[in-house]
Design a protein around this ligand. Structure first.
Ligand SMILES: [Zn+2]
Length: 422
């Protein structure tokens, strides 16, 4: 994305409303999944397990031009921020003449930190050292909330006006330089409650305003209301700044239940299984290439995978299918950022780099397509909560002639999976 000052190239990523959780989930039909609980027999002898590098290029699918936030490699750091090492997040607080803050900036800050920081530390195995740099006071923007025209999915012009006004009131007191991203925490009493409309949004890919010292407001997450996701709305929005797309359906929110469900923070950030998928961790640089196995060519190979939630070990096997698609296989367990997980086991999903954010770039394959699970957690989007395959389970896709057999699980929670192509 080219940077520009007129908003061309800007990427706006609004979150869907948790209020839509009241939508009852539709029956799940996963077109590619013909999974059964029956172990498959294969006549081919297993080939030696191929670790990492030689075939890595075939598995690190390339980003596709023109696709909004393509799931491919590499991440474009002219538009997005890196997600490893020390990341400095300038964190500001705003209110409006018609919605003055009724609590302290410290109280607002405490809603997100240190919890959001800790989430990143755990998810990244310590590779992302997130440093929030708060200016603990509310800056009152010169126009009223109503005058800005802030509503769900508001446009670039509104954002640009707000950021220019923010500089007017804050520039003398705040140094906007030398930050990787900016969080703007809006007083929660501004606008409708998040249970009605989620306004939180991230802008990246264009500069909304430039401070006197030359600090660019070009990677900005604006957080409104008291969200059902609590602090995790900030992790979700910052996830966009790191280059991750929305995995929920932006056109038919109910379809989210047939996409990634609750298996990634970028899908439903209030979900039970709320870590990032290994594919995302790989793109963010939190997994080394040596932790990703690449299954190329016809034949059968076995792989041992350790749970995504814990550091070390092999985390994913990728089975590429053409230039823009791949199956990814990982192990999810009830610990770390997934401590509330509904189920455990081997998760199989389909990644597409030629599908834009919000249109379903990732689709989880459901081991139990006819049932939902943990429906007490929320009354929808539960179809995929029982998606992982247990020992003896097999996922088979006749179109790509791909099969994933779950062979064994050891005492340390590592699973052996057998991948067959052809
Ligand atoms: Zn989003």
């Amino acid at each position: 994305m080219k940077q520009s000052t007129d908003g061309e190239g800007a990427i706006s990523l609004a979150r869907r409303s948790p209020a839509l959780r009241c939508v009852k989930s539709a029956a799940v039909v996963v077109a590619l999944a013909l999974s059964t609980g029956i172990p498959s027999a294969t006549a081919r002898p297993p080939r030696p397990v191929a670790h990492g590098s030689a075939s890595e290029a075939a598995c690190a699918l390339r980003s596709v031009d023109g696709v909004t936030m393509s799931e491919g490699f590499p991440v474009d750091y002219s538009t997005f921020s890196r997600a490893s090492g020390r990341i400095r997040a300038l964190t500001l607080f705003i209110d409006f003449p018609d919605a003055r803050a009724d609590a302290s900036a410290q109280a607002r800050y405490d809603e997100f930190f240190p919890a959001a920081q800790q989430w990143f530390a755990t998810a990244s195995y310590g590779k992302l050292e997130y440093e929030p740099v708060p200016v603990l006071k509310y800056f009152t923007l010169p126009r009223s909330f109503t005058e800005y025209g802030i509503e769900r999915g508001y446009g670039w012009q509104v954002h640009q006006q707000m950021m220019r006004d923010l500089l007017k009131v804050a520039d003398k007191q705040v140094d906007f330089k030398d930050f990787d991203l900016v969080n703007v925490l809006v007083t929660p009493n501004a606008g409708p409650p998040a249970s009605e409309t989620v306004l939180s949004v991230t802008w990246t890919g264009a500069t909304a305003a430039v401070s006197d010292e030359g600090g660019a407001l070009d990677k900005v997450s604006v957080i409104y209301g008291h969200d059902a996701a609590r602090y995790r709305v900030l992790n979700h929005e910052n996830g966009h700044i790191f280059g991750l797309p929305d995995l929920y359906s932006g056109t038919d929110f109910r379809r989210t239940d047939r996409l990634a469900g609750q298996w990634d923070m970028m899908s439903l950030d209030w979900g039970l299984q709320n870590d990032f998928l290994a594919w995302h961790k790989w793109r963010l640089g939190w997994l080394d290439t040596g932790q990703v196995d690449c299954a190329v060519g016809d034949g059968t190979s076995e792989y041992q995978l350790s749970p995504v939630e814990t550091p070390g070990g092999t985390k994913m096997v990728v089975v590429p299918e053409g230039e823009h698609g791949a199956f990814a296989v990982e192990v999810r367990s009830k610990q770390g950022n997934d401590s509330s997980a509904c189920s455990e086991g081997v998760l199989v999903y389909w990644v597409r780099t030629d599908i834009s954010s919000g249109q379903g770039p990732i689709r989880v394959m459901d081991a139990n397509p006819r049932t939902a699970a943990c429906e007490t957690s929320s009354n929808s989007f539960n179809s995929h909560n029982d998606a992982p395959f247990g020992v003896g389970g097999v996922y088979r896709d006749p179109l790509t002639r791909t099969a994933v057999d779950v062979v064994a699980k050891d005492d340390d929670g590592r699973y052996t999976v057998r991948v067959t192509k052809g």
